[in-house]
Structure formats: C-alpha cells, structure tokens
Design a protein around this ligand. Structure first.
Ligand code: IFM
Length: 450
C-alpha cells in the first residue's frame, strides 16, 4: 500500500487519543454527602425529629419504607470516613449540618452534643488537610418548625438565620466555606409541588410561598455571617439544568425559555440580581409574598455559587411542563446523561451573571455495580472534561465535588440507588472503595483527566 494511503487508513481506524486535560494548580477536588443521607443516629445525643424522619416514617412514602435512622452510620464512623477521604486524596469534603441536632425544635440554645459532633468532624478533616464545606440546610427541617408552618411561614427564615449564626460562631474560624441552602428548587418542586419528598404537599400556592421564604432564609443567613465578622465565605448550592427545545420550532424554544426560568433564572436572578423573573412570576399564578426590602436581603452579596449538575431538560412545543426524554438515562429515570450540559450551564451562568466564582457542589450518577462501576467512571470522565472545557472558556470554576462519597439514603428511593464512590455494605457498615474511587484518586493525584 502506498505510504499516504496507509497513513490515511491508519488515521481512520485508530482513534487519536485525546491528550490529558490538566486542571489549574490548586483546583479543589472533593466529594459530598448530606446529614440525613449518611449520619444515622437519628435519635441520639439530643437530636430532635426532622421532617424527613416524619416523612420516611410514614407508610408508602419511601421505597420499602426505608428511613435514615441508621443510614451509613457516619455519625459514629466519621473518623474512619475521614481516613478514607484522606486515602483517596480528597482536598475538600462537603457535608451538611443537621439543624435538629443543633436546635432540636428549631429554636433556642444549641445542643452541645450536636455542636460537638460537627467540631470533631471538622477537626478530623483539618488534621488531614481536607477543607470542610458545610451546608446549613440539606432538607432536614426540624419537625417543630414544620408544625409551625414550615417554609410557608415567614418566621422560618428568621429561625434559620438564628441557627446559621450559632453555626458561624461555633465553626466560622475553622470552616472556610458555608453553603446556605441545598437545592431550594428541589424542596419546592419535589416537596411542595409533586409531593414525593418531605413535607409531601402538592400545592402551587404553598410551593411558591415556600420558595420565597427559602430565598429569604438564604439572604438572611448571608447577612448573619457578615454580622459575625467571621472570615468564612458563603453562597447557595443551586441545582441548575440547561433546558433545550425538543424540536426546532418557535413554540418549543419559547417553552424551553420559560422552563429555564423556572429551573434556573428564578433562583439565580433572586440571588444575583435581586428580582424574580417576570415571565416566571406571571406563569405560576401565585402571589409571591415579597415585602419591601426582601429582594435586597436575598441579593446580599455572596462569595461563590455552588452549582449542582445532573441532567438537562428537553421541552416540547406543548409548553414548559412538557418535558421529554431524548437521551439515555441512569438508574434515576429523571437523569438524562449529557456531559456537555455541564459546559453549557457553566458558560451560560458566566455570560448571564458575570464572573462570580463557581464550584461544583454535586455531580454524580447511581450505578448498580458494587465494585466495577465503569459507568460511573465514564460519566465522571465526561463531566470532568466538560468542566475543563468551561475553564478553557474562562469560567471561574474553583472545585468539583462528586456526589457522593458513600452509598447512602436516596430520599424517596431509599437505599435502592447507590450513588457512592465507596460501597457501603449496610448490614456490616463496611466501606469498600469502588473502581471509580480508585480512578478518582488518580485524577486527584495527577490533577489530570485522561
Ligand atoms: O441525593 C441527592 C442529594 O441529596 C441532592 N442532589 C441530588 C442527589 C441525587 O439525587
């Protein structure tokens, strides 16, 4: 075969390997969990009941009636878990604080045993040079506050600011980053509109009132940190989803734009612009109870934005609620897999909202395989590459937290989905790193994705 023909055949048949993508020096690789999903010890050391104890304890609300009563027993095994994180080379660990461990009824003085647990966790992390990132609210509202109206009650935002102040005073010199709320959108959609999460309502009226009080709670908690004078940084953790028209029509494009408002602009505009988007307000048909000064509070300047990315949405020309599946999904049927969506959402946030520092606070996939979880490796590889492309495009992305460190309680799905880099054998609580954990450790060690 002539040389040129041979070369052409060779290029056709052998895929050219992509060069490794090197992340910037100091890029922070981490992993994340949340209190109710991993801690267990739900009735220990003075912890009060949360809405998730109530919800999961109600027959029919979670798969097989499973609850977070024991979960991954992280409350007792945190020291072993920090060793595990260190062995993987994690530089950051995002956890959440169980509000009812600190204030069992959501008000009043702090429970010393609750504070002590998080102090010990933070000290253990710092001893291993792992940066703690503390989320103040990851859905486990004290039940007593729910009984007083939950997020529908404006007073819950003030209670949250008090609780946040307790945590800033206790940990504000040791924890460099606090996140106020985890995914307020999920609370509103799944907890108040669809009824599949605590508190289990199906009410647009309740949902949008709760949405505003959640955002108010965020803003008040940001102000509370500044009032303490502590050096920690603060921001929200928002789950964002790029929304694409399912077909090439004006109607589908318009529906996708409005859906994007519900998914992304409502939360981002509030935090970064001090307003709710008018197209969303007029589409929801609910009077949002905004009082003078609220939007300024909500837009109190933040230091960073936590972004959680799992999936895109495709919307048809039938309207913003007409969401269809166009891509392969994971075991979680809502999760269409689309790594480029991460690039799209990160670059869109930069274009629309400017150069605020961004950190991926969650991204991951449930995989059935207990140890050889190749699908997770491919998922993460694709998403890390998308994040790298966003960095090349000038996005100020500072770190990445894989969801999740451990298999854990996946809310209404109970223990049926395994999201961890590390397998948890629930009967023995043994931790066994999966193939993805070893692969991720190598990414962290080399600061490269291949
Ligand atoms: O497990 C959840 C987490 O609590 C919030 N973000 C999405 C994850 C996967 O569903």
């Amino acid at each position: 075969m002539p040389l040129l023909a041979a070369l052409a055949a060779c290029t056709r048949d052998t895929p050219v390997p992509e060069p490794p993508r090197r992340f910037p020096e100091g890029f922070v690789w981490g992993s994340a969990t949340s209190a109710y999903q991993v801690e267990g010890a739900a009735r220990e050391d003075g912890r009060g009941p949360s809405i998730w104890d109530t919800f999961s304890g109600t027959p029919g609300k979670t798969r097989n009636g499973e609850t977070g009563l024991i979960a991954a027993d992280h409350y007792h095994r945190y020291a072993e878990d920090v060793e595990l994180m260190a062995s993987l080379g994690l530089r950051s660990y995002r956890f959440s604080i169980a509000w009812p461990r600190i204030q069992p009824t959501g008000a009043g003085p702090a429970n010393p045993k609750g504070l002590d647990f998080y102090k010990r966790l933070v000290e253990a992390l710092r001893a291993k040079d792992i940066a703690p990132v503390a989320t103040l609210f990851h859905w486990d509202l004290p039940q007593a506050l729910q009984d007083a109206g939950g997020w529908e009650a404006r007073d819950t935002a003030a209670r949250f600011a008090d609780y946040a102040t307790i945590m800033y005073e206790a940990l504000g010199d040791m924890v460099p980053t606090f996140l106020t709320l985890n995914e307020p959108k999920t609370v509103v959609q799944v907890g108040y509109l669809w009824g599949a999460h605590a508190p289990g309502f199906r009410s647009p009226q309740k949902a949008w009132v709760a949405a505003h009080h959640l955002m108010l709670a965020h803003g008040m908690a940001v102000q509370a940190l500044r009032a303490t004078g502590k050096p920690a940084k603060v921001g929200p953790a928002l789950n964002l989803a790029p929304v694409y028209p399912a077909s090439d029509t004006d109607a589908a494009r318009a529906a996708a734009h409005l859906r994007g408002g519900i998914e992304n602009r409502f939360w981002l505009d509030a935090v970064l612009r001090g307003s709710y988007p008018s197209d969303v307000l007029s589409s929801i048909g609910v009077e949002v109870p905004v009082r003078p000064g609220d939007m300024q509070t909500i837009a109190s300047p933040v230091d960073l934005l936590g972004i959680q990315y799992y999936n895109p949405l495709f919307v048809t020309d039938s309207g913003p609620d007409s969401i269809v599946t166009k891509l392969p999904t994971s075991q979680a049927d809502w999760q269409q897999i689309h790594p480029d969506g991460l690039y799209d959402i990160l670059t869109w946030v930069k274009r629309e909202y400017g150069d605020i520092p961004l950190v991926i606070t969650e991204n991951g996939i449930p995989v059935v395989e207990a140890s050889d979880d190749k699908e997770r490796i491919e998922f993460l590889r694709g998403h890390f590459i998308a994040a790298h492309r966003a960095l090349e495009a000038g996005v100020r992305l500072t770190g990445y937290h894989v969801w999740s460190l451990l298999d854990n309680f996946e809310w209404a799905e109970g223990y049926s989905q395994r999201w961890g880099l590390v397998y948890v054998d629930y009967p023995t609580q043994r931790r066994i790193p999966k193939a993805s954990a070893h692969w991720y450790a190598e990414v962290i060690r080399t600061n490269e994705v291949r």
